[in-house]
Each structure stands twice: as C-alpha cells, then as structure tokens.
Design a protein around this ligand. Structure first.
Ligand code: CS2
Length: 503
C-alpha cells in the first residue's frame, strides 16, 4: 500500500520523532477513559488532536479506545504501529506532521463484539464518543426517530446483549449493563453533523429502550430518567479527506518513518460543546474547544453554511467532471451557485452567534474549499447524500416555502444529487457521480424507472420521505427540483445553475 522506500522504518512508539508528539506521556490501557465508536479519519484528526492538547495541559485518565465498525484495515495498521499515526496538516503553505498518540487500544466491533461491550460497560469509561456518520444512527429520514424497520435494529432489540450489530444497540446494551451493575455515570458524545446531535442521540437511545421487551427496559428507563447519562450537543468542524498514497509518501519524507494510516487534514479546526458531562471530561479547551450553554446556533451555522453548501459544490462538480472540491469551486458558475445558496437561502434560516464574524467566516469557507493541496473529493462529500441532505435541506427549505418564496438553489442541490445518484436512461453523470455510495441508490433508481420525467421523479422521491414528511406539503418544491433535473439532463448542469441564478 505504501510508496515509501521499503527500508524506511515503520512508525511505532520507538520510532516516533519526539518533536512530532502532541503530548509527552506514553498511555497504557489503564488510562482509558473514552471509548470512541468510529475510528475514521475525522475522529483521528479532530477529537484525538483535542485530547492530546488536553493531556499536554493536564494529565488525566483520558486515553481513547478506538472502535471501528466493520473495516479492519485501520485498526490492524494501528496495532502494527503501537497505535501511532500522523495527522498530516495540508495547506498551500506546506505540510505539518504531528502524532497525537492518545489511543490506548483499537477494536473492530464486528470482529471483537464482546470486548467492545466490555469496554463500553467498564466503570472507568466516562465518555462514549461517536463519529459514525449521519448514516450510522439508524434513524428514519421520514420521522427522524429510530428506524424500527432496520434489520439491525430489529435484531438488536430481540438479540443477545453481547454482540449487537448497530451502534444504537451497542450503546443501549452497555447502558443496561451499567445500570444493572456499577451504575457509574456516563456521557454519550455525538460528534456527527446532525442538527441537535446530542438531543437526537438521546431520543434514539430512549426509543430503543422503550422498544425493549417488558422486564428488560424498566431498570434502564429509570436509570436514564435519573440523569445518569448526559448527551451534550456538539458542533464539530474540520475538513478531513480520505488517505491516499500522496500522504503516505509525504509523511515518510517529512518524518523519516513509514505510516500506513496517516490522516490528511486542513489546518482549520473548530469544536463547540455543551459542558454537560456526567463524569468529568478532558480539558479540551486546551486545544481550542469552546464550551457554551447553547450549541445550536453554531451547529446550524456549520451544518447549513458549510455542509449544505458543500453538498451543492460536490454534486455540481461531479456532474461537470470534477474530481475534487477545489476543482469544482474553481469554476465560476459553482462559486456563484455556492454563494447564492449560502447567503440567499441558508443564511436567512439561522442566527449567527455573537462571537462569529460572518464575513470572515464566509470568506474562510471559500478559502477552505479551494485548498487544492488537500484534494477533498467530490465523491466523498457526495456520498450518503440521502442521510446528509435530510440534515441540511428540509428546515431551511420549509422556512422559505412557508413564507411563499421558492428556494431555487436548495431545489438545485436536490436535483443535482438525484442526477448523480439516479440519472435517467441516456444521461451519463460521469465517473465521480457513479463512484458515490449511498444506501438509497437502489430505491432512487427504482423510483426513477417508474416515473416519466423530472417533476414526477422528484415528487415520488419527496413523497417517499427522503427529506422528511413536511416538504411534500409543498409540492411546488418537488416540481422545481424536477424542472432542474430535466434541465440538467437536456441542457446541462451549467444551464440549470444559470436558470437558478436568474430565478
Ligand atoms: C462534508 C463534511 O462529507 C461531507 O458531507 O460536508 O464531511 C465536512 O467536510 C466536514 O463536516 C467539515 O467539518
């Protein structure tokens, strides 16, 4: 997998250059205080870096046991490297390599389910944190609540306590065990791009608990009601692409050691959290985290201005042959569409927090998106659109529709997504769109096959609940989305964007 010369030593505890370490101590399994579900790149370049800064400021029991869901590659590579990896901060000015060294173990839930349950249940585990992506929450886009039709949820509600299949199942079974044994309080910390991510996680945990068979749920319900588990809301931000050989080579050159699983990341990073921790927490403010009573304004700002606009940039870019987000934003028509959706349609739907300088924030977003050294791919941002757009589009769209305004660029976002995922026969959305993964792809393709034109297709998709159950009350939104679909198919993506701009 590596392109570094084979004789370069592998990264390990012994070979980590001391100057790259973000904190001074070598952690052991006894230092574990956090079990993190979702061992992806984002976690390793975000929470892990803040945790290293916290440990550099004050020592504490905040080592992280990282749990991958299914994939074994990262976990096994980390084990072969004494749990060390590099964060390769990439900017047009160059590369900065650091090694957080905060993990005390790694597990793969599908392979080592019992060990995962033991770790989640351990009294020393004070925080269970999550970066499982929007998709990992097994919620129904239509209702926003737990997806009781999900086969994994059904199995976990009935199934054994030691090897649940879903994240919700793992958490609730561990909470049951905690309530029944030591009763040590716990914080469940969602770090995913869901609006009200803590509240949302609490709702899903409570719904899962409520559906457990009688005799299994009473003790846990009472324990939860007594406030033993908190679910702070958080806003997380850092653009973290997938790893390529380019980072492996660059890290080998910069550090002189071979890291099979470095994480590329932009220099910018932000974390805003509610300070509601049931059993203390690391001093994450040492890494710049902001603690506040009200995270929602920051979450809305980020999920709409950054993530929502990002989706439009990804889909317009993919449809015009762009591999990366910077290539997409280099096209003036994409920048114009991004500005229009951001300023004209997302911004009016939120209140900007007092400490945010909006002009600087927006300028920085465009600078971040044009970081060509980072190479963030349109297919990565465009993947799982069915779960992502549910968070980004409906509320702002409804605000405009209820006021009698058509949010043309939100409709264009949905249209471009649908053209990437379920193009009509004869329309080729290109290789980047084809490479997007999405659990809804088959369903969307089936709906497309059953409908005659763009408006009928978009209406069928929205009636199916893709963006919740309120948008179908405004059929004009589906019609507008469908017109853009037909325009993209017949006259091209640029023409559709020009039509949105002129509306
Ligand atoms: C992106 C995010 O993939 C996506 O949907 O919008 O991963 C984005 O890069 C991060 O949220 C930035 O913090």
């Amino acid at each position: 997998m590596s392109t570094a010369p084979a004789r370069t030593a592998r990264l390990s505890a012994a070979t980590t250059p001391a100057g790259a370490l973000l904190h001074p101590r070598t952690l052991t399994p006894a230092d574990t205080g956090i079990v993190h579900l979702g061992l992806g790149n984002f976690h390793r370049a975000h929470q892990a870096v803040y945790t290293a800064a916290a440990l550099a400021r004050e020592d504490g029991p905040w080592g992280i046991l990282g749990v991958a869901g299914r994939a074994t590659g990262v976990a096994d590579a980390l084990r072969a490297q004494d749990l060390r990896y590099t964060v390769a901060e990439v900017s047009p000015d160059g590369l900065r390599c650091t090694v957080p060294a905060v993990h005390t173990g790694v597990l793969v839930a599908a392979r080592e389910p019992e060990q995962v349950q033991r770790a989640l249940t351990a009294a020393d585990t004070r925080v269970i944190s999550l970066t499982i992506t929007e998709n990992g929450y097994t919620y129904s886009p239509r209702t926003g609540g737990l997806d009781l039709d999900h086969p994994g949820i059904q199995a976990d509600l009935r199934g054994n306590r030691t090897a649940p299949q879903t994240t919700l199942g793992r958490i609730v079974r561990a909470l049951q065990e905690r309530a029944a044994t030591h009763g040590a309080p716990l914080t469940v910390l969602s770090c995913d791009n869901l609006v009200g991510n803590g509240n949302h996680t609490r709702r899903l945990v409570e719904e899962f608990t409520a559906h457990l068979p009688t005799g299994e749920r009473e003790e846990l319900s009472a324990w939860l009601a007594a406030g033993n588990v908190t679910f702070p809301n958080t806003m997380v931000d850092r653009i973290v692409p997938a790893t390529t050989d380019a980072e492996r080579t660059a890290v080998a050159e910069a550090l002189g050691v071979r890291d099979e699983v470095p994480v590329p990341a932009e220099p910018f990073t932000m974390w805003v959290l509610e300070d509601r921790f049931a059993a203390s927490r690391p001093a994450w403010e040492a890494g710049g985290a902001l603690f506040t009573d009200d995270v929602e304004p920051y979450e809305l700002l980020k999920v709409r201005l950054l993530n929502g606009t990002h989706s439009l940039i990804a889909y317009l870019g993919a449809l015009t042959g762009c591999d990366t987000i910077p290539q997409s934003t280099a096209q003036p028509f994409v920048t114009d569409a991004a500005r229009a959706v951001l300023l004209g349609e997302y911004l009016p739907s939120l209140t900007v927090p007092d400490d945010i300088d909006l002009d600087a924030y927006v300028d920085r977003l465009f600078t971040r998106w044009s970081n060509s050294a980072l190479g963030h791919r349109t297919r990565q941002v465009g993947s799982d659109g069915s779960a992502k757009l549910r968070q980004r589009i409906p509320d702002p769209a409804l605000l405009h529709l209820r006021a009698g305004r058509m949010p043309h660029h939100l409709a264009l976002t949905v249209a471009a997504y649908l053209c990437c995922l379920a193009p009509s026969p004869g329309f080729d959305p290109g290789e980047h769109a084809a490479a997007m993964t999405d659990p809804a792809r088959d369903r969307l393709t089936a709906l497309r096959a059953r409908t005659a034109d763009g408006p009928a297709f978009a209406t069928a998709v929205l009636d199916d609940g893709l963006l919740g159950d309120a948008l179908p009350e405004h059929p004009e939104f589906a019609l507008r989305t469908g017109e853009f679909i037909d325009l993209i198919h017949t006259r091209g993506t640029r023409a559709a964007a020009a039509e949105a701009a002129g509306s």
